[in-house]
Design a protein around this ligand. Structure first.
Ligand code: SIN
Length: 287
């Protein structure tokens, strides 16, 4: 099914909840109107697989910066010459978890989490290695009005505690020397938020949400577990299947994502960059 609201290129939704593939654009060469249209598609679908992009590191850098400045990344060592790009490699005989193998949001423990994450597959497995996404907008819409009203009164504390340990488990990942500051970072984000452009509401939950302001971690845990379980329900998901020359991009604060560990025996090499975002805004709810 093609989304006819987009005329400059072909947009085909992944599922009824989020995600779409785009064909017929060249993000290096096309004009700024096309980039704005892709941004409009991103606001609509939150996750895009832009097919047939012939990129290398330099071109990925150029494309990413057309969408906005780099968000910063205090955790991963970048590739030589490109402060804004990191390389995730999985060799055929690697075992254990893959990078990003739990539902999470990138850098949710920053005051301004990245607005967009981009991932480009230099080498993708012939089968497997998909990335799954879930819509925090759909999760919001599934909550009862009373639950929304209660959550709207809460402030979530998102912590960098343990982030380095998770990443250090991947021997092929280079880590920056910022362990102390990341470990001690804890930021406040509203729980019920709204998108600054579309005004659409979403629930801001992440894997690093440790507790709610004024409550203990023990008191907060059942509610956090409920919200995470609600957020990742299959009907709110989509699956991005990587092909050679696919540029994946997602509206990072409005989704959770997880890498799928099902491609043992194959190599997967991805380049990731992020675009700066704003501080999540508390939703204005009509009383
Ligand atoms: C990530 O979590 O940023 C990586 C996802 C992936 O490699 O599919």
């Amino acid at each position: 099914m093609r989304d006819e609201r987009f005329e400059r290129f072909e947009v085909e939704p992944f599922t009824g909840s989020l995600g779409a593939s785009i064909r017929g654009v060249d993000l290096v060469a096309d004009d700024d109107d096309v980039v704005r249209e892709v941004q409009r598609a991103l606001h609509e679908y939150h996750v895009l697989a832009v097919r047939d992009q012939s990129l290398d590191i330099e071109r990925l850098h150029v494309v990413a910066r057309r969408f906005g400045p780099f968000s910063g990344n205090p955790v991963h060592t970048p590739v030589d010459g490109y402060e804004d790009i990191v390389r995730f490699v999985r060799e055929p005989d690697d075992s254990g978890k893959v990078i990003g193998e739990e539902w999470h949001m990138d850098l949710a423990w920053l005051a301004r989490p990245p607005g967009i994450t981009m991932l480009f597959g230099e080498e993708v497995p012939p089968v497997g290695g998909d990335t799954c996404f879930t819509s925090l907008e759909k999760a919001y819409q599934s909550l009862s009005p009373r639950m929304v009203a209660m959550l709207a009164e809460l402030t979530g504390i998102h912590s960098g505690r343990g982030v380095f340990a998770i990443n250090a488990a991947h021997s092929r990942l280079g880590l920056k020397n910022e362990y102390e500051s990341v470990e001690n970072t804890a930021v406040e984000h509203p729980v019920i938020c709204e998108h600054p452009v579309t005004g659409r509401k979403y629930v801001f939950v992440s894997s690093v949400l440790t507790h709610f302001k004024g409550m203990t971690e023990e008191e907060s845990r059942p509610l956090i577990d409920f919200l995470m379980a609600r957020a990742i329900r299959p009907e709110f998901n989509c699956r991005l299947r990587w092909e050679t020359n696919t540029l994946g991009m997602w509206n990072n604060p409005y989704v959770l994502h997880t890498a799928i560990n099902d491609y043992s025996g194959y190599r997967r090499v991805m380049y990731r960059t992020t675009v700066e975002g704003g501080a999540p805004q508390a939703a204005r709810l009509s009383s």
